[in-house]
Design a protein around this ligand. Structure first.
Ligand SMILES: C[S@@+](CC[C@H](N)C(=O)[O-])C[C@H]1O[C@@H](n2cnc3c(N)ncnc32)[C@H](O)[C@@H]1O
Length: 229
Protein backbone atom coordinates (compact mmCIF):
# COMPACT_ATOMS: atom_id res chain seq x y z
CA UNK A 1 0.00 0.00 0.00
CA UNK A 2 2.61 2.55 1.04
CA UNK A 3 4.67 1.80 -2.10
CA UNK A 4 1.63 2.59 -4.26
CA UNK A 5 0.95 5.81 -2.31
CA UNK A 6 4.58 6.87 -2.71
CA UNK A 7 4.50 6.16 -6.46
CA UNK A 8 1.27 8.12 -6.84
CA UNK A 9 2.70 11.18 -5.09
CA UNK A 10 5.92 10.83 -7.06
CA UNK A 11 3.96 11.04 -10.32
CA UNK A 12 2.02 14.19 -9.35
CA UNK A 13 4.90 15.89 -7.45
CA UNK A 14 6.04 18.35 -10.18
CA UNK A 15 2.48 19.75 -10.57
CA UNK A 16 1.28 19.26 -6.97
CA UNK A 17 1.45 22.94 -5.96
CA UNK A 18 -0.43 24.15 -9.03
CA UNK A 19 -3.16 21.54 -8.54
CA UNK A 20 -3.41 22.37 -4.83
CA UNK A 21 -3.73 26.08 -5.48
CA UNK A 22 -6.34 25.71 -8.24
CA UNK A 23 -8.45 22.98 -6.63
CA UNK A 24 -8.56 24.65 -3.20
CA UNK A 25 -9.07 28.17 -4.64
CA UNK A 26 -6.10 29.14 -2.45
CA UNK A 27 -8.04 28.33 0.76
CA UNK A 28 -5.31 25.89 1.87
CA UNK A 29 -3.14 28.89 2.79
CA UNK A 30 -5.70 30.13 5.31
CA UNK A 31 -6.12 26.62 6.76
CA UNK A 32 -2.35 26.29 7.20
CA UNK A 33 -2.22 29.63 9.03
CA UNK A 34 -5.01 28.40 11.33
CA UNK A 35 -3.08 25.18 12.04
CA UNK A 36 0.04 27.18 12.92
CA UNK A 37 -1.98 29.45 15.23
CA UNK A 38 -3.68 26.53 17.01
CA UNK A 39 -0.32 24.79 17.52
CA UNK A 40 0.72 27.64 19.85
CA UNK A 41 4.18 27.56 18.22
CA UNK A 42 6.05 30.74 19.03
CA UNK A 43 9.35 32.49 18.32
CA UNK A 44 12.10 29.96 19.00
CA UNK A 45 9.90 26.82 18.91
CA UNK A 46 11.18 23.59 17.36
CA UNK A 47 8.69 22.13 14.87
CA UNK A 48 8.54 18.90 12.88
CA UNK A 49 6.22 18.82 9.85
CA UNK A 50 5.59 15.20 8.79
CA UNK A 51 4.45 14.25 5.27
CA UNK A 52 5.43 17.82 4.38
CA UNK A 53 5.30 17.20 0.62
CA UNK A 54 6.37 20.39 -1.12
CA UNK A 55 6.81 22.05 2.28
CA UNK A 56 4.04 24.67 2.51
CA UNK A 57 3.13 23.99 6.16
CA UNK A 58 6.81 23.79 7.15
CA UNK A 59 7.35 27.23 5.59
CA UNK A 60 4.31 28.64 7.41
CA UNK A 61 5.76 27.35 10.69
CA UNK A 62 9.16 28.83 9.94
CA UNK A 63 7.58 32.26 9.45
CA UNK A 64 6.15 31.88 12.96
CA UNK A 65 9.18 30.52 14.85
CA UNK A 66 11.67 32.94 13.29
CA UNK A 67 15.44 32.62 13.06
CA UNK A 68 15.79 31.31 16.63
CA UNK A 69 13.34 28.48 15.91
CA UNK A 70 13.97 25.26 14.02
CA UNK A 71 11.68 23.61 11.46
CA UNK A 72 12.26 20.18 9.97
CA UNK A 73 10.04 18.97 7.11
CA UNK A 74 9.93 15.23 6.39
CA UNK A 75 8.26 13.05 3.77
CA UNK A 76 8.72 9.45 2.58
CA UNK A 77 8.51 10.50 -1.10
CA UNK A 78 11.77 12.18 -2.24
CA UNK A 79 10.10 13.53 -5.41
CA UNK A 80 7.53 15.44 -3.31
CA UNK A 81 10.38 17.00 -1.31
CA UNK A 82 12.34 17.97 -4.40
CA UNK A 83 10.98 21.50 -4.83
CA UNK A 84 10.82 22.30 -1.09
CA UNK A 85 14.41 23.52 -0.44
CA UNK A 86 14.26 25.97 -3.39
CA UNK A 87 10.86 27.26 -2.21
CA UNK A 88 12.26 27.84 1.27
CA UNK A 89 15.37 29.57 -0.11
CA UNK A 90 13.25 31.80 -2.37
CA UNK A 91 11.17 32.82 0.65
CA UNK A 92 14.37 33.50 2.63
CA UNK A 93 13.47 30.78 5.16
CA UNK A 94 15.85 28.19 6.57
CA UNK A 95 14.08 24.83 6.82
CA UNK A 96 15.66 21.36 6.92
CA UNK A 97 14.09 18.68 4.74
CA UNK A 98 14.62 14.94 5.27
CA UNK A 99 13.26 11.74 3.76
CA UNK A 100 11.44 9.99 6.63
CA UNK A 101 8.46 7.69 7.08
CA UNK A 102 5.99 9.36 9.49
CA UNK A 103 5.27 5.96 11.08
CA UNK A 104 8.94 5.26 11.88
CA UNK A 105 10.75 8.56 12.45
CA UNK A 106 14.49 8.33 13.06
CA UNK A 107 14.39 11.35 15.37
CA UNK A 108 15.00 11.42 19.14
CA UNK A 109 12.22 11.38 21.77
CA UNK A 110 11.03 14.77 23.14
CA UNK A 111 13.03 16.76 20.58
CA UNK A 112 10.29 19.11 19.29
CA UNK A 113 7.71 21.50 20.76
CA UNK A 114 5.25 20.80 17.95
CA UNK A 115 4.75 18.07 15.34
CA UNK A 116 2.31 18.57 12.48
CA UNK A 117 0.90 16.74 9.49
CA UNK A 118 -1.35 18.30 6.83
CA UNK A 119 -3.42 16.24 4.41
CA UNK A 120 -1.04 13.36 5.09
CA UNK A 121 -2.45 11.26 7.89
CA UNK A 122 -5.20 9.72 5.78
CA UNK A 123 -2.50 8.39 3.45
CA UNK A 124 -0.44 6.53 6.06
CA UNK A 125 -1.03 2.80 6.57
CA UNK A 126 -1.65 3.12 10.32
CA UNK A 127 -2.85 6.57 11.54
CA UNK A 128 -2.74 5.54 15.23
CA UNK A 129 0.89 4.47 14.91
CA UNK A 130 1.61 7.79 13.19
CA UNK A 131 -0.08 9.73 16.03
CA UNK A 132 2.04 7.80 18.55
CA UNK A 133 5.22 8.43 16.61
CA UNK A 134 4.54 12.16 16.31
CA UNK A 135 3.82 12.33 20.07
CA UNK A 136 7.04 10.43 20.82
CA UNK A 137 9.24 13.13 19.27
CA UNK A 138 7.33 15.97 21.00
CA UNK A 139 8.15 16.97 24.58
CA UNK A 140 5.47 16.47 27.26
CA UNK A 141 3.09 19.45 27.12
CA UNK A 142 3.94 20.08 23.47
CA UNK A 143 1.39 19.74 20.68
CA UNK A 144 0.60 17.50 17.77
CA UNK A 145 -1.43 19.24 15.06
CA UNK A 146 -3.25 17.43 12.27
CA UNK A 147 -4.90 19.23 9.35
CA UNK A 148 -7.12 16.87 7.37
CA UNK A 149 -10.25 16.85 5.23
CA UNK A 150 -13.63 16.18 6.81
CA UNK A 151 -17.04 15.32 5.37
CA UNK A 152 -19.29 18.40 5.36
CA UNK A 153 -23.03 17.72 5.60
CA UNK A 154 -26.21 19.54 4.45
CA UNK A 155 -26.59 21.40 1.14
CA UNK A 156 -22.95 22.54 1.19
CA UNK A 157 -21.92 18.89 1.69
CA UNK A 158 -23.87 17.88 -1.44
CA UNK A 159 -22.08 20.57 -3.42
CA UNK A 160 -18.70 19.59 -1.97
CA UNK A 161 -19.20 15.91 -2.82
CA UNK A 162 -20.17 16.82 -6.39
CA UNK A 163 -17.05 18.99 -6.65
CA UNK A 164 -14.81 16.21 -5.22
CA UNK A 165 -16.22 13.45 -7.38
CA UNK A 166 -16.43 15.25 -10.70
CA UNK A 167 -14.50 18.54 -10.86
CA UNK A 168 -11.43 17.43 -8.88
CA UNK A 169 -10.56 14.33 -10.96
CA UNK A 170 -11.10 16.23 -14.22
CA UNK A 171 -9.16 19.36 -13.31
CA UNK A 172 -6.53 17.46 -11.25
CA UNK A 173 -6.10 15.00 -14.13
CA UNK A 174 -5.63 17.81 -16.66
CA UNK A 175 -3.13 19.62 -14.45
CA UNK A 176 -1.00 16.60 -13.44
CA UNK A 177 -1.71 13.95 -16.07
CA UNK A 178 -2.84 11.56 -13.29
CA UNK A 179 -6.63 11.50 -13.07
CA UNK A 180 -6.57 8.40 -10.86
CA UNK A 181 -4.67 10.30 -8.13
CA UNK A 182 -7.44 12.89 -8.03
CA UNK A 183 -10.03 10.14 -7.70
CA UNK A 184 -8.01 8.48 -4.92
CA UNK A 185 -7.48 11.69 -2.91
CA UNK A 186 -11.18 12.70 -2.54
CA UNK A 187 -12.20 9.03 -2.11
CA UNK A 188 -9.83 8.61 0.85
CA UNK A 189 -10.97 11.98 2.27
CA UNK A 190 -14.61 10.82 2.12
CA UNK A 191 -13.77 7.56 3.91
CA UNK A 192 -11.36 8.84 6.58
CA UNK A 193 -12.65 9.30 10.16
CA UNK A 194 -13.42 12.98 10.80
CA UNK A 195 -14.43 15.03 13.85
CA UNK A 196 -15.25 12.88 16.90
CA UNK A 197 -14.19 9.72 15.04
CA UNK A 198 -10.70 11.12 14.51
CA UNK A 199 -10.55 12.14 18.18
CA UNK A 200 -11.11 8.47 19.08
CA UNK A 201 -8.04 7.58 17.01
CA UNK A 202 -6.14 10.13 19.10
CA UNK A 203 -7.48 8.45 22.24
CA UNK A 204 -6.40 5.04 20.91
CA UNK A 205 -2.88 6.42 20.48
CA UNK A 206 -2.81 6.81 24.29
CA UNK A 207 -0.33 9.67 24.03
CA UNK A 208 -2.49 12.75 24.58
CA UNK A 209 -3.77 14.33 27.80
CA UNK A 210 -6.14 16.62 25.88
CA UNK A 211 -7.37 16.73 22.32
CA UNK A 212 -9.76 18.94 20.36
CA UNK A 213 -11.23 19.18 16.86
CA UNK A 214 -11.60 22.57 15.16
CA UNK A 215 -13.85 22.47 12.05
CA UNK A 216 -12.97 24.68 9.08
CA UNK A 217 -15.40 25.80 6.36
CA UNK A 218 -18.44 23.83 7.61
CA UNK A 219 -16.34 20.74 8.29
CA UNK A 220 -14.62 20.63 4.88
CA UNK A 221 -11.44 20.23 6.91
CA UNK A 222 -10.44 20.02 10.56
CA UNK A 223 -7.48 21.02 12.64
CA UNK A 224 -7.00 18.47 15.42
CA UNK A 225 -4.78 19.46 18.32
CA UNK A 226 -3.42 17.01 20.87
CA UNK A 227 -1.43 17.92 23.98
CA UNK A 228 1.29 15.34 24.55
CA UNK A 229 1.30 13.57 27.94
C1 LIG B 1 -1.66 15.22 -0.04
S1 LIG B 1 0.07 15.30 0.25
C2 LIG B 1 0.18 16.59 1.45
C3 LIG B 1 1.49 17.30 1.39
C4 LIG B 1 1.62 18.49 2.30
N1 LIG B 1 1.62 18.13 3.70
C5 LIG B 1 0.54 19.52 2.06
O1 LIG B 1 -0.17 19.88 3.00
O2 LIG B 1 0.44 19.99 0.91
C6 LIG B 1 0.37 13.86 1.23
C7 LIG B 1 1.85 13.63 1.50
O3 LIG B 1 1.95 12.56 2.45
C8 LIG B 1 3.14 11.86 2.16
N2 LIG B 1 3.08 10.58 2.87
C9 LIG B 1 2.14 9.63 2.79
N3 LIG B 1 2.41 8.61 3.62
C10 LIG B 1 3.55 8.94 4.28
C11 LIG B 1 4.33 8.31 5.28
N4 LIG B 1 4.00 7.12 5.77
N5 LIG B 1 5.43 8.95 5.73
C12 LIG B 1 5.78 10.17 5.23
N6 LIG B 1 5.10 10.80 4.27
C13 LIG B 1 3.98 10.21 3.80
C14 LIG B 1 3.13 11.79 0.64
O4 LIG B 1 4.38 11.47 0.10
C15 LIG B 1 2.66 13.20 0.30
O5 LIG B 1 3.75 14.08 0.13
Amino acid sequence: MSTEVRQMFSSIAPRYDVANEVLSFGVHRLWRRTAVKLSQAKEGSHVLDCATGTGDLALAFKRKVGTTGRVVGTDFCPEMLESAPAKAAKAGLEVEFQVQDAMALTLPDNSFDVASISFGIRNVDDPVKCLQEMARVVRPGGRVVVLEFGQPTGPYGVLFRFYSKTVMPTVGGLLTGNRAAFQYLPRTAAAFPAGERFLSLMDQAGAYSERAAHPLLFGTAYVYVGTVR
